[in-house]
Ligand binder design. Structure first.
Ligand SMILES: [Zn+2]
Ligand SMILES: [Zn+2]
Length: 274
């Protein structure tokens, strides 16, 4: 399974999951033209795995514009099924209802070679985490949550790839330019996950996750180096690769990779050799 992060953050979210001929876009925060451009860039770069951009379906996590803004356009242009929970379908413009498929936010559903296992997340819209399984590898997409709910760790444990929100640095948010009501909303238990909260989940992860991508980083209230430093400490000694998703990709992750060398050990070796 290949995972192509097309966009991540408040400017738009879209992640492509590809395995054995099945191609599903999760979230439609960028339009079909941007998607086609980014997929073409991946193919030109030789990373492969996402040739062309014919999609089998789109899955929407929740009804916020940065995740669903272009859904109706895909529905109209590509005439493919759009999957959403009932609450999301009610709250968002998904286009022609004939092509809208409703999933239960606690029941797995299959699209071609991929099985999606949703789980509700605390956010100020009905939101789900998704574990995507192609029978050989599993990847989890967990963004737009105000706190780590009970049972989430068990839901994502053992996934080969974890795409986890690391939205803001608490100090940058507090000292930043956002109005108080917006700061309160972001920090709340139905807002977004801070670097520190993301680290609590990362530190508790059992083995088996070879790649972690930090997602939905705020361009105002976070910096990739802060998020990565915190996550590196939380994952210290684990055999995990760590990346921060850029606001605009494409960034390709391969769920089939073997475990990485233990995080942090190479830096220590460098010091002891000096
Ligand atoms: Zn979002
Ligand atoms: Zn949201």
């Amino acid at each position: 399974m290949k995972i192509t992060i097309i966009a991540s953050g408040s400017g738009g979210n879209a992640t492509l999951f590809t395995s054995r001929g099945t191609r599903v876009l999760v979230d439609a925060g960028v339009g079909p033209r941007t998607l086609a451009q980014y997929v073409a860039a991946v193919d030109a770069g030789g990373a492969g795995g996402a040739a062309g951009c014919a999609l089998d379906a789109i899955v929407i996590t929740h009804a916020h514009a940065d995740h669903v803004g272009a859904a109706a356009r895909y529905n109209k242009k590509l005439k493919i099924p759009i999957y959403a929970s009932e609450a999301t379908a009610r709250a968002a413009a998904l286009g022609d209802p004939e092509r809208v498929r409703i999933f239960s936010s606690r029941e797995p559903f299959a699209i071609g070679a991929l099985t999606f296992s949703p789980r509700p997340l605390p956010h100020d819209a009905a939101q789900v985490a998704l574990v995507v399984d192609d029978g050989a590898r599993r990847a989890a997409l967990v963004t737009d949550l105000g706190e780590i709910p009970p049972g989430l760790l068990e839901h994502v444990a053992g996934c080969d790839v974890l795409l986890l929100e690391s939205n803001h640095d608490v100090d940058l948010l507090e000292s930043g330019p956002y109005p108080q009501h917006l700061k309160r909303r972001i920090r709340s238990s139905r807002g977004h996950l801070s670097n520190r909260e993301a680290c609590a989940l990362l530190a508790a992860l059992p083995g088996g996750t070879h790649t972690v991508a930090l997602m939905h980083l705020s361009e105002r209230n976070n910096r990739p180096d802060l998020a990565l430093d915190a996550a590196r400490d939380a994952l210290f000694g684990k055999r995990t690769r760590l990346v921060a998703a850029p606001p605009r990709g494409p960034l390709v992750l391969d769920a089939s990779l073997p475990p990485a060398p233990p995080l942090g050990v190479r830096q220590l070796d460098l010091f002891s050799g000096m």
